[in-house]
Design a protein around this ligand. Sequence first.
Ligand code: ADP
Length: 177
Amino acid sequence: MKIQNIEIIIKIGDITDENVDVIVNAANNSLLGGGGVDGAIHKRAGASVLEQCKKHGGCATGDAKITTAGNLLCKYIIHTVGPIYGRHGGLESLLLYNCYINSLKLADEYSLKTISFSAISTGVYGYPVEETLPIIYKAIKDFSAKNNNIQEIRFVLFDKEKYKLYNSYFNAILDKN
Ligand code: ADP
């Protein structure tokens, strides 16, 4: 399926196995690693990525920072910090939108063509997946109007339930448009 000229791929998998230009990590404000997908990425990527994260000196919620990818197959890692559901006084959806659009803009600035997203904020940060999907769609649509380089966006889901939710949402919305 496509949004403008960008191919959209939804798959089940471990994002640390992705052989794309850049993967998007669901980090925390410290950028010093944590649990979930963040822990998995740092563990496999190695110390050079943590060093670059330290130099960034943290990341505000909704912002995105880039590092190289250490031992991973991809070339870069974008570290974005999602909102904690219910903890930002109603700004959660805007902050999540910012994560997606800022990550896409940063990848585009680096002339990257293929990008894999983890399901930002939907683990420990508690954002219901169903509520994230229209936000993700809007961010991609808005970005696609100004896109120069991105050819493929992948959503890499760790479990079948989230995979099914993504698939049915994107199939339905892209059928209509
Ligand atoms: P957050 O703190 O932003 O909620 P989490 O890491 O807790 O981040 O969860 C984000 C999503 O990443 C969850 O849907 C979780 O199932 C998923 N996840 C965890 N490990 C991996 C992995 N290795 N590859 C892809 N997704 C993963």
